[in-house]
Design a protein around this ligand. Structure first.
Ligand SMILES: Cc1cc2nc3c(=O)[nH]c(=O)nc-3n(C[C@H](O)[C@H](O)[C@H](O)COP(=O)(O)OP(=O)(O)OC[C@H]3O[C@@H](n4cnc5c(N)ncnc54)[C@H](O)[C@@H]3O)c2cc1C
Length: 394
């Protein structure tokens, strides 16, 4: 029995994978971080870090990145629905382009000792005594390597792990993990507009809410205007694409039109709302969006991804000595405790936003009695959220 090549292989270098690689490399583990795209890369995302995400970066010793990279402080959120608007003061938040943030997190992981392989696509393969095999594909070159623990942080592109014969979930042949995509799942879409476009002031999140989806707009550190949206799939098809859907949502919300968006390059995501069960298999742990996602309205997927990365470190360290099936159940339990209540809140909001009468009533009530918005603002701040203090390395 040969020893595995690596202590940990992390598949996917988004916030979840890069932070996990950073934390584990700091503990002197031999970490291979595999990313299929070349960084810096643009990604469909609102690019807003909420209180939870900012605190997780601080806990990881990377809080300085936010200032170093010039992230824009977010002071306000403006909600627009059926021509009516409501502006609220935000308790916390920064906007920062994903190109810059993800590259910086990846560099921090490498500086801590992780080895980065990119561009390279990884596939989880069979377990073997003491480890789990992983296939690495760069162009036509395919290699097999192995690790004691494999972290799957592949975002919504988990199906990117599929290849013929690799099981129902596409995650691997002997991974008893089921991924369910909600039949009503919306599709994410986004683009970036030049800093020269007018309107939409810096430091404010603009959220236009329509019957078939919503569009979030925010200026990032370069002044560019980032658009990130979620639309019902049938509407997206009927409207002829994300640009026309977004134009209709902005108009209905009473926001300034953005003719530049019609000519922009839009990118779309796979279906958003999904859950995976369980969140682990022998020597494999899922984190970030790969472990499940709801909708982007509350702008907190990066917070979940970063918190998850901090929370699984103790289990990965334990898995270096030996692997017990209890650890798989423990990760599912920890993840639910940490992120489950936030995801339920998000499901509740998604339910409300799909009912125009209910949303309109709530907006009207919030305009009259602003105290009603307290739960939403507390949620965005996440101050009551469990703190994860990284454990000292053994
Ligand atoms: C429209 C929209 C708006 C959003 N707005 C916000 C927001 O404002 N704030 C917020 O916090 N969150 C937001 N989110 C959510 C946020 O983008 C995600 O939750 C976050 O990116 C999850 O991080 P992750 O590391 O799990 O996945 P990702 O960031 O998706 O990273 C996964 C990485 O894995 C790589 N990968 C995939 N498969 C493989 C493979 N087989 N081999 C190697 N590499 C692979 C991918 O290339 C990618 O780089 C938004 C999402 C959407 C769709």
């Amino acid at each position: 029995m040969s020893a595995p090549d690596w202590d940990v292989i992390v598949i996917g270098a988004g916030p979840a994978g890069a932070l996990a690689a950073h934390q584990l490399a700091r503990c002197q583990l031999r970490v291979l971080l595999v990313e299929k795209r070349v960084f810096p890369r643009w990604k469909v995302c609102g690019s807003c870090l909420n209180g939870v995400a900012l605190r997780a970066l601080e806990e990881a010793g990377l809080g300085h990145l936010v200032g170093d990279l010039g992230a824009v402080p977010l002071g306000r959120i403006r909600l627009g629905l059926q021509g009516r608007q409501l502006e609220l003061a935000l308790p916390a938040g920064r906007s920062l382009s994903r190109g810059r943030l993800d590259l910086a997190l990846c560099e921090a992981a490498v500086a801590a000792g992780a080895v980065l392989r990119s561009p390279c696509e990884a596939t989880v393969a069979r377990s073997h005594p003491g480890g789990r095999k992983v296939l690495l594909r760069s162009g036509t070159d395919v290699q097999t390597t192995s690790a004691r623990v494999v972290l799957v942080a592949t975002g919504l592109g988990s199906s990117g792990l599929s290849s013929p014969g690799l099981g129902r979930t596409g995650l691997g042949p002997d991974l008893p993990i089921e991924m369910r995509i909600s039949p009503r799942a919306r599709i994410g879409a986004g683009c970036e507009l030049d800093a020269g476009v007018s309107g939409y002031d810096r430091g404010t999140i603009h959220m236009a809410i329509g019957r078939h989806g919503y569009v979030g707009l925010v200026r990032n550190e370069t002044g560019a205007l980032n658009l990130a949206a979620a639309f019902d799939r049938p509407h997206l098809i009927a409207a002829g694409g994300p640009a026309s859907c977004a134009a209709a949502v902005l108009a209905a919300a009473g926001f300034d039109p953005l003719p530049e968006a019609a000519a922009a390059t839009w990118r779309a995501t796979p279906a958003l709302t999904r859950r995976c069960k369980p969140l682990a298999a022998e020597r494999v742990l899922l984190l970030g969006d790969a472990a499940g996602y709801v909708e982007p309205f509350t702008g907190e997927g990066m917070g979940w991804a970063l918190m998850g990365a901090l929370a699984l470190v103790p289990l990965v360290l334990q898995g270096q000595r030996e692997w017990h099936s209890d650890m798989e159940r423990e990760w599912s339990r920890r993840h639910t405790r940490l992120i489950g209540s936030r995801q339920r809140f998000c499901h509740g909001l998604a339910f409300t936003l799909r009912r125009p009468g209910l949303s309109r009533g709530l907006l009207a009530a919030a305009r009259r009695w602003p105290a009603l918005t307290a739960p939403l603002l507390q949620h965005l701040d996440g101050a009551s959220c469990q703190r994860i203090t990284p454990e000292p390395c053994p």
